[in-house]
Design a protein around this ligand. Structure first.
Ligand SMILES: O=P(O)(O)OC[C@H]1O[C@H](O[C@H]2O[C@H](CO)[C@@H](O)[C@H](O)[C@H]2O)[C@H](O)[C@@H](O)[C@@H]1O
Length: 266
């Protein structure tokens, strides 16, 4: 049996406990790494599997660092729940609802975005303004290692002066409000809201660890049936494979897993 089939078998057993939900990250999970970030697309086979799963599971949700509207545009499957900005907002029926706590920091975020646009002139650095959060990409620079240091040195003092938090990602720095909302709190809220008894989460990056650890905590302390699936690729932080219950190899592994799961549950 292949690794993806084994994960699908475990996931199907977990999701037999209804109501059941599947939560997935986007970049590096159902979308291959691209430069620039705007060029990313969701793999058609992943989209097809998610659409099938949405007809048999109680909840299928996308939990992304992208804005919720961008997540909806990219994944483009009706009936899914779209959570964006690392858990700070949700897209529903064309409307985005943002956390009131997060919106209090909008002006500060805009000031940091403007300052970074003006001062980060290194070719290949891109500022992605996501309203509630900000991503500063350096993947397209000639020397990403030195660009990382240059961006860090420029970004940290400005963000700290505005009371905002900087977290590293995949050749990106994410600027976020200083509040305890993340993919973990978003997953917990969705599980509570929908009364889920089981959850499968799929992700590949440091921000996905928030969701994995919270789901595992709910499993240990409250009996939630859960499976966390780490996506292992060339840029995956080692902590993902250490934290996840099971792993698959890259986006192709995710596609094989989701397709096998849809076959089992369909
Ligand atoms: O939580 P996710 O859905 O995985 O989103 C995380 C960030 O993904 C995007 O950036 C990353 O993917 C890009 C496209 O492959 C790549 O060019 C970049 O280097 C990666 O960091 C997105 O642009 C960010 O807004 C998300 O926060």
């Amino acid at each position: 049996m292949t690794q993806a089939m084994e994960v699908a078998e475990r996931a199907a057993a977990v999701l037999a406990h209804r109501p059941a939900g599947l939560l997935t990250d986007i970049d590096g999970t159902i979308s291959r790494v691209t430069a620039p970030a705007e060029a990313a697309t969701v793999e058609p086979a992943a989209r097809a599997a998610l659409a099938r799963l949405a007809t048999v599971l109680d909840v299928v949700a996308v939990v992304s660092g992208r804005s919720a509207a961008d997540a909806r545009r990219l994944v483009d499957v009706p009936r899914l729940v779209y959570i964006g900005n690392h858990g700070l907002e949700r897209w529903h029926d064309g409307q985005v609802t943002a956390s009131p706590e997060a919106t209090r920091f909008r002006d500060r975020m805009a000031r940091v975005a403007a300052q970074m646009q003006a001062t980060l002139t290194l070719p290949g650095v891109r500022v992605e303004d996501k309203d509630l959060t900000l991503s500063i990409h350096y993947r397209e620079t000639a020397d990403p290692a030195s660009a990382e240091e240059a961006v860090r040195a420029a970004l940290l003092p400005v963000s700290e002066a505005e009371g905002l938090v900087v977290r590293p990602g995949r050749m990106v720095f994410e600027v976020r409000p200083p509040i305890t909302m993340n993919k973990g709190t978003a997953a917990r809220d969705l599980i509570r809201e929908r009364g889920l008894r089981s959850v499968v989460f799929v992700g590949d990056d440091v921000t996905d660890l928030d969701a994995m650890t919270e789901i595992q905590r709910l499993s240990a302390e409250q009996g939630l049936r859960a499976l966390t699936v780490g996506v292992v690729g060339p840029e995956t932080p080692p902590a993902i494979a250490e934290q996840a219950d099971m792993t698959v190899d890259g986006v192709d592994g995710v596609i094989a897993f989701l397709t096998a799961l849809a076959d089992r549950l369909g």
